[in-house]
Design a protein around this ligand. Structure first.
Ligand code: GAP
Length: 470
């Protein structure tokens, strides 16, 4: 039985487990790494895909009036002017004169409880910084000698289609994935004839030249966003907004995340496109922080794209022929942040068999490996053969099943516990009929309790299918 189970998560332990067990690697590690870029390893990509599947089910399949989309990443350069990102998507940056480290001034001010408004002009934030600069130390060298603050634009440029090397009119990588939805809004209306209110859901990449990527997957320079944009009639935002907030909250609970680790937080300072904004925050080992933003964007996006593109983006009501620019309610979730929240929430250390074990208590539908099949001993061909037979049968129905005969059985259990495998199945001599009453039975071990029970092979697949919801 598991004893003293407690959530002893710390970011270092999570990062170490993620690397050790093939969830997440530093990008370009053999070259010393590339700041703010991570790769998802064999276990990580499975967990990531399971989160995406769950999100897609909740936001497309379980809804009647939501459409999926996968827009191209590159967009016409004007898109980012229209969206406001070329002019207004920046963070305040100052450089240490001693060691050249760059700081994000609003974040450093926040550490001493001084709040910088997102809408502050360069001049105003310089005034504020000057007031407090003697209290802010360089995180790298400890000196307090910084340059003036400048607004640093976060968009990442590319030279796509530019053969001049002059870099005029750059094609940007997406600063936020949702712009693809606004650009295809008219196509969706024309081809799918949806009635307002309707939603569009998309999982897409975003790139930001973050000044200080930090906290592992929390703030990276390349990340994925899972967005929904809900198109509504003007001013019909209030009730729909509350429903969306509840819907999103419930999705986090469906992942098995502990409710006490979640909270809503309303924005005091709104970004340039939002009329109201709430974050869903998770309590990471480093404290509560945003995993998803829920924004009331009014008609800002479609109005801007209508103005800059010259294309009429008004919706025509099929019954009344009334024309209007729909308002948009957005949910925008960082896939990497949710991945990290799930790891933190699932990470436990407990005592089992007199030893401390690390176990990821992942919800079965998220677990990268659903069940592992072991022969009790690797050097007994008859056990290996039977275990392979069981493994092959299960794998036809549950592809994320693995075979493991490496090391003693205790080590195999520990390995599976660390990657969050809900069940381990062991084939032993009784399975082969050493005790005739137990012929064709196996032990089934539960990850969380460590308890084992003997079940007949005929029961195995139905039991796993039910428990794993596959
Ligand atoms: N379309 C709206 C939008 O992009 P946002 O609050 O900037 O809004 C939405 O981003 C979500 O994207 C955040 O809640 C966060 O989970 C994730 N996100 C933003 N910047 C990120 C970064 N640098 N690294 C990882 N995730 C990030």
């Amino acid at each position: 039985m598991a004893e003293n189970a407690k959530n002893t998560d710390s970011m270092e332990k999570i990062v170490s487990l993620a690397k050790r067990r093939g969830f997440v690697y530093q990008g370009s590690e053999i070259y010393g790494g590339l700041a703010g870029i991570y790769d998802f390893g064999p276990r990580g990509v499975e967990l990531l895909n399971n989160i995406k599947k769950s999100w897609w089910k909740a936001n497309v399949y379980d809804k009647e009036n939501y459409f999926g989309l996968d827009a191209g990443m590159f967009k016409h350069p004007k898109v980012w002017e229209a969206s406001g990102h070329v002019g207004g998507f920046s963070d305040p940056l100052a450089e240490c004169r001693n060691c050249n480290a760059r700081i994000r001034v609003d974040k450093e001010l926040a550490k001493i409880d001084v709040i910088a408004d997102e809408k502050m002009s360069e001049e105003d934030i310089n005034k504020l910084f000057d007031e407090y600069r003697d209290k802010i130390k360089c995180p790298n060298c400890g000196k307090k000698d910084f340059t003036r603050v400048r607004a640093f634009n976060l968009l990442v440029k590319s030279n796509l289609g530019d053969f001049t090397s002059e870099g005029n009119d750059p094609v940007y990588l997406p600063g936020e994935a949702c712009q693809g939805i606004y650009l295809d809004y008219k196509n969706i209306v024309d081809t799918m004839q949806p009635k307002i209110p309707f939603g569009v859901a998309q999982i897409g990449k975003a790139f930001r030249n973050e000044i200080s990527p930090r906290n592992f997957l929390f703030r990276t320079r390349e990340f994925e966003q899972a967005d929904t944009q809900f198109f509504i009639r003007p001013n019909e935002n209030k009730e729909a907004y509350e429903n969306i907030k509840k819907d999103r909250w419930d999705w986090y609970l469906s992942l098995g995340i502990k409710e006490e680790k979640l909270r809503f937080k309303q924005h005091d300072n709104l970004v340039f496109y939002a009329k109201d904004a709430w974050d869903i925050e998770y309590e990471f080992p480093t404290g509560f922080d945003e995993v998803e933003g829920i924004h009331d964007r009014t008609d800002y996006d479609l109005s801007q794209h209508m103005k800059f593109s010259g294309t009429d983006l008004r919706y025509t009501d099929p019954e009344t022929a009334e024309k209007y620019i729909p308002w948009i309610l957005e949910t925008s979730m960082g896939m990497g942040r949710v991945f990290l929240a799930i790891l933190c929430d699932a990470y436990h250390e407990d005592e089992m068999g007199g030893e401390t074990r690390v176990v990821l208590k992942l919800a079965p539908h998220l677990a990268p490996v659903k069940a592992a099949v072991f022969p009790l001993l690797k050097n007994k061909p008859e056990l290996v053969e039977k275990a392979r037979e069981v493994y092959a049968t299960l794998k036809k129905k549950i592809p994320q099943v693995m075979f493991d005969d490496n090391g003693n059985i205790g080590k195999r259990y520990r390995r599976q516990d660390e990657i969050g495998t809900p069940f381990c199945i062991t084939i032993d001599f009784d399975t082969l009929g050493e005790n005739p009453e137990l012929l064709n039975t196996v032990t089934l071990r539960d990850r969380d309790s460590g308890e084992q029970r003997r079940i007949h092979l005929d029961e195995l697949l139905p039991l796993l299918s039910e428990a794993l919801e596959v």
